[in-house]
Design a protein around this ligand. Sequence first.
Ligand code: GLU
Length: 456
Amino acid sequence: MTRRVRFAPSPTGYIHIGNLRTALFNWLFAKEQGEAGHFLLRYDDTDRERSKAEYAEAILADLEWIGIRPDAIDRQSDRIAVYDAAVARLKAAGVLYPCFETPEDLELKRKRQMARGLPPIYGREALRLSEAERQRLVAEGHVPHWRFLLPNFERDPFAPRRSEVTWDDLVLGPQVVDLASLSDPVLVREDGTYLYTLCSVVDDGELGIDHVIRGGDHITNTGIQIALFQALGFAPPRFGHHNLLTTVEGEGLSKRSGALSLRSLREEGIEPMAVASLAVLTGLSGAIEAAPDLAALGRRLVLTEVSASASKFDPAELERLSAEIVHALPAERVRPALEAMGVPPEEVDAFWSAVRGNCARVAEAAVWREVVYGAPSLPALEDAGFLASALALLPPEPWGPTTWKEWTEAVKGATGRRGRALFMPLRLALTGLDHGPELAALLPLIGRERVAARLA
Ligand code: GLU
């Protein structure tokens, strides 16, 4: 079977690490088949008020930052004519019916049902209206919304019976939703706009999506949507529902709050593979480690191993994973950033291998650039006699990886100092800091001229 998947965010905010989990589960699942796997980015933008072009652009850019390049892009707002046609088919089949209740009417009904200990399921009262009554309501200026008549009865829609929709979930295994436990969903609002449930099914059907992987908050929708696929004459795709991520406090993530958005993580200098690894590996068996690339991450993803309950994740893990990645980044990956900081192009390799172990983020290399090539603030020289001896013993250039050892051996011989008493005054005098990369690696980069000036 082919793997045609889609990621379907509504462009109403920046996507966060929980959204990325869904995107990556789909991407990695499809791309397990290599180029044959097809990933559609679908903007669910029928909510005109809240959908914004800038968010749509940001979603694409954020996915690209992670390494996800959609094979195709669609937006629901371009496909209204397709939904019109689907609605006409449902009406012709008699499974979409007009309802005239106001939200207040419905709320009152729900309260009455609850008070009587009944489940708050819509009782299909609008189906009892005769054609003449409907016409009268319309003539009086009432505008209907439209509900999908769930196939949960034999002959009498007012006598629903247990009607199981079942599917073999890619993550959770066999699943059952009883359509008799649900209200007929509204598919068309009073103002004629369409609801997600309709548009999503029409798109998945028309665009040949054969696998839908999404959050576990959609399980009930899936029961309804399978019935709708069938009413529209489409074979339903296979479904998988992954668990949701929550913060350590157990709170869900929200696009609206902007918390843990990919945008903010990128601005903070977190490495994209740290974000991708945490988004995918949380709630899977095995350790959470930074995967080197998406292909390696894909090999860790086994859908049937994803935990069924919500997974807490700790944003502090992002720092740890990101630092791990930065410590191992090859110079070629950071060359543009380092040159932009002012590291001489011919010294990028040596500079990066000297400092990367001391950087949790690439941007932190700027501190070491200043130490090596700039004018770090140096403490007042306390140990002037010792430093003067060290200055006198500086070897001539060229300097290389053994220069530090040769020099400090000579200083040790001349001054009798060893260990910390030997090295720390030199480190402080040369870098202004009591910690940092190996001086053996820094010394040749700082160079004789600057070293001499700092010791004087
Ligand atoms: N726009 C929907 C959401 O973000 C898509 C759900 C789905 O994958 O069908 O929840």
